[in-house]
Design a protein around this ligand. Structure first.
Ligand SMILES: [Zn+2]
Length: 89
């Protein structure tokens, strides 16, 4: 019983983190979820930037082509304001 909880924490938690990070970056969440059982891959995934816009997670600057967090409304690389047309609310 306790071993199950232990296994879930050791393997399930990093896998769940990897799954969510991969989803936010437009990568395959199943593959990255498995890789993130080794926490080394969580670090790689964390610093990996998506190459395209992912609604709700990353915006793509139309001027310089860089991606930056969705909650920011201007590009952190060139300062171009990005409209909120992608947000429904
Ligand atoms: Zn930019």
């Amino acid at each position: 019983m306790n071993e199950m909880i232990f296994l879930l924490l050791v393997f399930g938690l990093p896998a769940a983190i990897g799954f969510r990070l991969a989803l936010a970056r437009g990568k395959n969440p199943l593959i990255w979820g498995l890789l993130c059982i080794f926490p080394f891959f969580i670090v790689i995934l964390h610093f990996e930037k998506p190459k395209h816009e992912i609604k709700g997670h990353f915006r793509l600057c139309k001027k310089c082509g860089e991606t930056f967090p969705w909650k920011k409304t201007e590009c952190k690389y060139c300062g171009t304001a990005v409209s909120d047309q992608g947000i429904a609310t």
